[in-house]
Write a protein that binds this ligand. Sequence first.
Ligand SMILES: *Cc1c(COP(=O)(O)O)cnc(C)c1O
Length: 385
Amino acid sequence: MIYLDNHATTPVDPQVVATMLPFFTEHFGNAASRNHAFGWAAEQAVETARQQVGALIGASPKEIVFTSGATESINLALKGVADMYGDKGRHMITVNTEHKATLDTAMVLAGNGMEVTVLGVDRFGSIDLDELAAAIRPDTVLVSIMHGNNEIGTVHDVTAIGALCKAKGVLFHVDAAQTAGKLPVDVNAMGIDLLSISAHKLYGPKGVGALFVRRKAPRVRLSSQMHGGGQERGMRAGTLNVPAIVGLGAACAISQAHLQSESARLTALRDRLFAGLNERIVGVTLNGHPTARLPGNLNISLEAVEGESLMLSLKAIAVSSGSACTSATLEPSHVLTAIGLSPEAAHTSIRFGIGRFNTEADIDTAIQVVSEQVGRLRQCAVALA
Ligand SMILES: *Cc1c(COP(=O)(O)O)cnc(C)c1O
């Protein structure tokens, strides 16, 4: 089976696995053990990883806090700011196409006295910068916007948003789970104060991530959401998951080394897939932005075809549909409805996530099997009508 669902998760790069392995059995020390070589080796490996994560996003190693993934990083950023800046104001701004980790956290904060403005998007999934500027108030403490969207691939202009936040003296958090290691990220050039990363989206292990917390201009203060041994400068207590952190560091270094060439390769594969599908299937529409989008992302709606049925009929390729199975009902994705798709149109959508280990042959197979199945499903529909 060909894996084309790299926005959901990615396989761990074998080089990353090899780097991690000694830290399970040989260098198994607690990075907080100051009294012996086992602890020192673990601590040194963690510091190397901290430097590798920082280097990928243009941050100092001291600004990296290790977490269990982007969900935790986002929770720490939003709740940590809400706690520490309550005296300055109790208003934050986010967008309706964000990942649930952001939207659900913002809703919890809203239940605790924070006022949350949720901006809408246009049909490409982009925000209006003037609308954002107008939404920023004297009591706004945080703007939280993702870099690249995990469903429709739309990339926000974080540099412009960062400049706006800087000018207004508002903290800016970026969910970079889909872009770190895939698109250039520079926290200084982009005016970013907090940034969330997930290892399993960039060919590292699951259950580990990082939060960038700016230390200068301004020095961002966060309240810890996890209390205990005071690890991570008191921002995230708990014994560090050394093998996973080593894996995250290695994954960042590998991604950084191949960022330009890999993003060009994925863009070419994505364009080949779109062109091939368009050639063989009528009624294909692109969801998301035509140009400002993630290199490996292709989200399309296929007229008169149930995305869910298509996905299940594709035995040779693993993809995602535009609906999330929640219990018995098929809820259309909140992102697809945010860009104006009707529930029916959202149900005809399918998402391809092309990644590091996909080849041109994979794409050609996908074009063939998808066009075959779309033809079959449409014939069935005509026969039934
Ligand atoms: C995957 C993802 C997350 C959550 O990351 P985890 O590490 O799985 O918790 C958050 N935001 C975006 C955009 C994602 O793609």
